[in-house]
Ligand binder design. Structure first.
Ligand SMILES: [Fe+2]
Length: 385
């Protein structure tokens, strides 16, 4: 739901004749969401975006669930996911349900010989390591450590990395990803009490326009299948667009923490909203300042949500043996809380440098075999030591 934006050339009036210098018409495309009932953009192409010239045999890329039901605390060593050259092949689903799919990826190469389109889900690509440029039909987004790249479903993109060491957490959402509604005015402006504002949302720039004929492969994901669709014209042939639906970037380092005299509940960390799950950012902040405050969290039993925490950097105060890229999963149904000793250790502490991304889902997450392959055994008993 970013604010209205425009790049390149567009006609004064929508749905009217918009011509090239040689008199030919540009081809208009309405890119709408939730049918025709939510944010949309209008794009102007050199050529119709419909000219499929070849199709490949579909490939099943759906996650393979290895453990559908469980009730214990889990921990996974995310950096054990092996680097893979190809970007799409590098994306390893670890935790899934019908609302969201969480994948880890360590891609080594940029996408240069094909384009990516996820018709299933909005993608939130969190950049843990690496930097580069997301190239889209809407323009380019430079990215670096700590960025959330939010890509509406159906957007066509390539991702170019500056080098071969990259670590990504990819959140695929089957519903639109938006800022929390309580932070929005009735017309969609981020309010004063929001932890970030429009200035923090980085929009695409430097629109690239290729008026090229040829064979352009868009690897398109739909219902867990990947379809190789070859188009006759370059997909980045947009001369201009406007609207409210486009990819954007938000750095976790631009998320301003909300603190208080006593411990603040997880919703203060919420960064994005989606149907049946939320995305939260735990960022460096001053601790609670009541003279008798206990900065470590209380034991909690949020009976309605699974908690997935992805540790990015810093010393995580409530857990021991935490490493970068580690995931913990605390399922609904059993309480969890600080590890032994963490409560006393936290008393008197003034600040934390912790950096983490949390995804709370309102329906249970299921585990893939790749998650089991990187599991830290015995985590469920780590409170009893
Ligand atoms: Fe928790």
């Amino acid at each position: 739901m970013p604010s209205y934006y425009s790049l390149g050339s567009i006609p004064h009036k929508r749905h009217t004749q918009f011509r090239k210098p040689n008199g030919e018409l540009f081809s208009e495309q309405l890119f709408s969401t939730e049918g025709f009932s939510n944010d949309y953009s209008l794009l102007y192409h050199h050529h119709p975006p419909t000219a499929i010239v070849k199709t490949d045999t579909p490939v099943d890329v759906s996650p393979k669930v290895a453990e559908e039901r469980m009730l214990k605390h889990r921990s996974f060593d995310g950096f054990k996911i092996k680097p893979v050259a190809d970007y799409l092949a590098s994306r390893i689903p670890v935790l899934v349900n019908n609302d969201v799919q969480l994948s880890l990826a360590a891609p080594e190469q940029s996408t240069t010989d094909y384009f990516v389109k996820n018709a299933d889900a909005d993608e939130v690509i969190f950049i843990h390591e690496g930097s580069g440029t997301l190239i889209t039909q809407y323009g380019q987004l430079k990215f670096a450590y700590g960025d959330y790249l939010v890509v509406p479903r159906g957007s066509i993109y390539q991702i170019h990395f500056d080098n071969d060491i990259n670590r990504l957490l990819i959140i695929e959402s089957h519903s639109p990803v938006t800022p929390p509604k309580r932070y929005l005015s009735k017309y969609g402006q981020l309010l004063e009490h929001a932890p970030y504002c429009e200035r923090d949302i980085r929009k695409p720039t430097d629109l690239l326009t290729y008026d090229e004929k040829g064979d352009f492969l868009i690897k398109t994901k739909k219902r867990g299948m990947q379809y190789g669709l070859h188009y006759g014209f370059h997909p980045f042939d947009v001369v201009g667009w406007d609207g409210c639906c486009y990819p954007f970037a938000l750095s976790i380092h631009d998320f301003e923490p909300i603190t208080g005299r006593v411990h603040q509940p997880p919703p203060v960390h919420q960064t994005f909203d989606a149907h049946n799950f939320v995305i939260c950012s735990f960022v460096p902040r001053l601790f609670d300042y009541h003279p008798d405050a206990i900065p470590a969290p209380y034991n909690h039993s949020n009976i309605d949500s699974d908690e997935m925490l992805y540790y990015v950097d810093g010393d995580f105060m409530s857990r021991k043996n935490v490493t970068r890229g580690m995931i913990t999963l605390h399922p609904a149904g059993i309480p969890h809380g600080p590890h032994p000793g963490a409560v006393l250790k936290s008393i008197g502490a003034k600040e934390t440098k912790e950096l983490a991304v949390m995804v709370d889902t309102f329906h249970p997450l299921q585990l893939t075999q790749q998650a089991l392959d990187i599991e830290n055994e015995g985590y469920v008993m780590s409170w009893a030591e």
